[in-house]
Design a protein around this ligand. Structure first.
Ligand code: CDP
Ligand code: MG
Length: 780
């Protein structure tokens, strides 16, 4: 009897504690309590149940303690700097209190990122759960956390903290948590309802990366299940209607505020062709910087470049001719955090910052007077015909160009120089399409399955991808052996698929799945870094150039790279000639001067070669971050091993490299029909591309890196392969049939001939298969 009363009290005590606890614990414990209550409705709780109740009580008390601590540690008042958004504070606080979703638009530098989390606090948020504020880039998450903490009279890690991949600065008292969007996505795997938070700010939503679109879709679902959750979407551009429509017609606040006039100048280069080796946008930018310096001694300069390699080269040239009193600073995402933060610190002299589009909206650099815009960025783009993702340097959209222009003129009049013509600007699209519409859907699906986002057709995308592309994406993933039919029906579309072990590894690499599949195989075959140079080459244009009038010389210069069996090896030979063995060398430190010399006497495009190195570096760091890096083991150099350890006529290293390539491009195999004419998957014919080193030398089987349709179908970037490599790689896609069964009396078994086909091509035939003993009774 006594024990019953005691337990009842315990039930009540735990129930009474619930409102004082943080949302996340309240949520977890009320569910447990409901279960326990149901079980012990009519009978008295047993000892394990009582122990459970005591544990719940302790957890709630601790939770209430943390909540109190968070409130107590908040400063009485925090400084609100004089920024455009500050004038809208009351309005925004009211809107946040009264609406589940609010959209805030405003120019970069108007104070959205630094002030909104504090406005949320003022609206009473951040107590039941934390306020999360997502950033597309790590550096922004770290510096903004520091900045907000400073405005609150604290240091990062107290009321304001951050969490990025591999590092965080948080404590129990943290109420504002800056996170990268990737980190918040990862958190949805362990905290499905994001119960840690009562408010989520999705910052920089105009970037529309896959991460942002996934988050918006997930949170949209959550908002229905968690009426207490608030969402604030911020965006730099004017395309806010789209967000409002997608989020139940949420109210939009514009905080753009006042800016100073910007003098806009168009300065296209005299002549700049694709193949020009001697004058590039780097030189053009450097000259523009120097002209500004001659004209006026004051005002920081921000130069926008498409790639890291460009930035390094520009800085190199600027450093070499540096005038005293100037500081040249690079800025790109992979730069170390301390090196990046130098751009924010006041300097004794004039700052020249050379940046990627990281400085376009996500980072505010104070005091820029001049902007020099090359009008270029690396923008990934899926090419359905070749079913691969290219990473070309492309013209940016008009709205991006306008953002770049807006980087000056925040505190005084500015000058923006566009290194292209006004007609060129006018001919550009208004917006960059969101990543989901540019990406290989196979990559999107792969990540969605890894994140358990459920049925892709039913996911709440702001811009849903077309159904046909979704089907195509699934087919690619089957082909790459990244997914298999699962038992859990309906968990992911269609009809329940799950990731294979390879698929799980591939999902960790933000790359086109064909490339990640190749790299996984290459690692297994001990040729990771070689295949990494080839994978990078497949995403950028061919670096070889044949200027009009010098075709013969160019061909002669290229001849020394050509491998008669494989265009992939030819590409690798170009790489090796300039950069050496990629497994032996970690980082590529080739100087612009070396690169220029090499380009000039080898008829290689300096720019494309630099793009190639840049993409290689990116892929390499993705591999290193995904934990797949094997360390710098050195494989034998190509030449020696090419001649020994032959595998059916193919050297060992050749075999290892091409098996890896095949794992990503299995659908691009073809069988010889006649000289230079091949029959590919589903009986479609393709000619060897006449520019290929394999032209006139094609073996009975080839693989192509690309099949292009111009005047006719051409297989480009091809290599001879052994058809015996195909079956193990395409196991699940192979079809098996049997012919000529023969009863072998002496062994009392049936022997038949097996035929293996892949994509309608017979890759193996005549292999005898023993069907085993047959019981004469049933055999008739
Ligand atoms: O997010 P939004 O672009 O609207 O502006 P913000 O990042 O909140 O920046 C508002 C102001 O704070 C800018 O004028 C920046 O110069 C300044 N700021 C800073 O000095 N240091 C930081 N780490 C972040 C912002
Ligand atoms: Mg911002």
């Amino acid at each position: 009897m006594t024990s019953k009363i005691h337990s009842d009290n315990l039930f009540q005590t735990v129930e009474a504690l619930l409102p004082q606890a943080l949302h996340r614990d309240r949520h977890a414990i009320s569910r447990e309590l409901a279960l326990l209550g149901k079980k012990f409705k009519s009978k008295k709780p047993d000892t394990p149940a009582r122990e459970k109740l005591i544990a719940m009580k302790r957890r709630l008390e601790r939770s209430a303690g943390i909540k109190k601590k968070r409130i107590n540690r908040l400063p009485e008042s925090t400084s609100i700097p004089d920024l455009p958004i500050s004038y809208e504070k009351d309005r925004i606080v009211k809107l946040v209190s009264e609406n589940q979703v609010v959209i805030v638009a405003g120019e970069t530098g108007s104070g959205k990122t630094t002030q909104l989390p504090k406005f949320c606090l003022a609206a009473g948020r951040g107590i039941e759960g934390r306020i999360a504020c997502t950033q597309p880039r790590r550096i922004a998450a770290i510096t903004v956390a520091g900045r907000i903490a400073e405005e609150m009279g604290q240091q990062a890690g107290q009321s304001v903290g951050y969490k990025i991949r591999f590092s965080d600065k948080l404590s129990e008292e943290t109420v504002i948590k800056m996170v990268t969007d990737g980190t918040l996505l990862a958190e949805t795997q362990t905290d499905k309802y994001l119960n840690e938070y009562d408010t989520i700010i999705v910052d920089e939503a105009h970037e529309r990366s896959l991460n942002i679109d996934f988050l918006l879709g997930i949170i949209k679902q959550l908002l229905k299940k968690r009426p207490d959750l608030k969402l604030i979407i911020t965006s730099a551009t004017i395309d806010t209607e789209k967000f409002s429509k997608a989020f139940f017609n949420a109210p939009v606040v514009d905080v753009s505020g006042r800016t100073y006039p910007v003098d806009l100048q168009y300065m296209p280069p005299e002549s700049l062709t694709e193949d020009s080796n001697d004058y590039s946008y780097v030189d053009h930018s450097v000259q523009t910087v120097e002209r500004i310096m001659r004209k006026s001694p004051f005002g920081d300069i921000l130069v926008f470049m498409p790639t890291e390699q460009d930035i390094r080269e520009t800085c190199e040239i600027l450093e070499a001719n540096r005038t005293p009193g100037t500081i040249v600073l690079p800025l790109y995402a992979r730069l170390s955090a301390p090196a990046q933060s130098r751009v924010f610190k006041p300097a004794a002299g004039r700052k020249i910052i050379v940046a990627t589009n990281i400085a376009e909206t996500s980072i505010t650099i104070p005091g820029i007077k001049y902007v020099i815009d090359t009008g270029l960025a690396r923008i990934s783009n899926y090419i359905p015909s070749s079913r691969t993702t290219a990473l070309p340097i492309s013209p940016i959209s008009r709205s991006s160009a306008d953002q770049r222009k807006g980087r000056c003129g925040r505190v005084e009049n500015g000058v923006c120089i566009r290194l292209y013509s006004e007609e060129n600007y006018q001919s550009r699209p208004l917006y960059t399409p969101p990543e989901i519409l540019r990406a290989n859907l196979a990559e999107v699906i792969l990540r969605m399955i890894a994140l358990n986002l459920g049925d892709i057709e039913n996911f709440e995308f702001v811009d849903p991808p077309p159904a046909r592309q979704i089907r195509d994406g699934f087919n690619i993933l089957y082909e790459l052996d990244a997914i298999e039919k699962g038992t859990a029906k309906g968990k992911s579309s269609p009809a329940g698929v799950r990731l294979t072990q390879k698929g799980r590894m591939m999902a960790k690499m933000p790359l086109d799945p064909r490339l990640s599949r190749m790299l996984i195989e290459a690692r297994k075959n001990d040729v990771l870094w070689i295949v990494c140079t080839i994978a990078a080459a497949l995403t950028v244009p061919d670096p070889r150039i044949r200027p009009d009038g010098s075709e013969t010389q160019a061909n002669q210069a290229h001849a020394r790279f050509v491998d008669p069996a494989s265009d992939f090896i030819t590409l690798y030979n170009i790489w090796r000639a300039l950069l050496g063995d990629p497994a032996a060398n970690g980082v590529n430190n080739v100087s612009a001067k070396q690169l220029k010399q090499f380009a000039a006497h080898s008829f290689i495009s300096f720019r494309r070669m630099r793009e190639w190195i840049d993409v290689y570096d990116q892929i390499r760091s993705i591999i290193e971050e995904s934990g797949m890096s094997p360390g710098n083991q050195t494989p034998p150099p190509v030449d020696e091993s090419m001649s020994e350890g032959k595998n059916k006529g193919f050297p060992m290293l050749y075999t290892a490299i091409h098996k890896s390539i095949l794992s990503g491009f299995l659908a691009n195999i073809a069988e010889k029909k006649e000289k230079n004419l091949y029959r590919g998957a589903n009986q479609r014919e393709a000619m060897l591309f006449p520019g290929s080193g394999v032209f006139n030398r094609g073996g009975s089987w080839i693989v192509a890196g690309e099949i292009v349709e111009t005047s006719r179908r051409f297989a480009r970037t091809v290599a001879n392969i052994d058809s015996a490599w195909l079956e193990p790689l395409g196991k699940s896609l192979c079809r098996y049939s049997y012919f000529n069964p023969v009863w072998q009396k002496s062994r009392e078994t049936v022997i038949a001939q097996e035929q293996v086909s892949l994509y309608g091509l017979i890759i193996q035939s005549g292999r005898p298969v023993n069907f085993g003993k047959i019981d004469p009774e049933t055999a008739s």
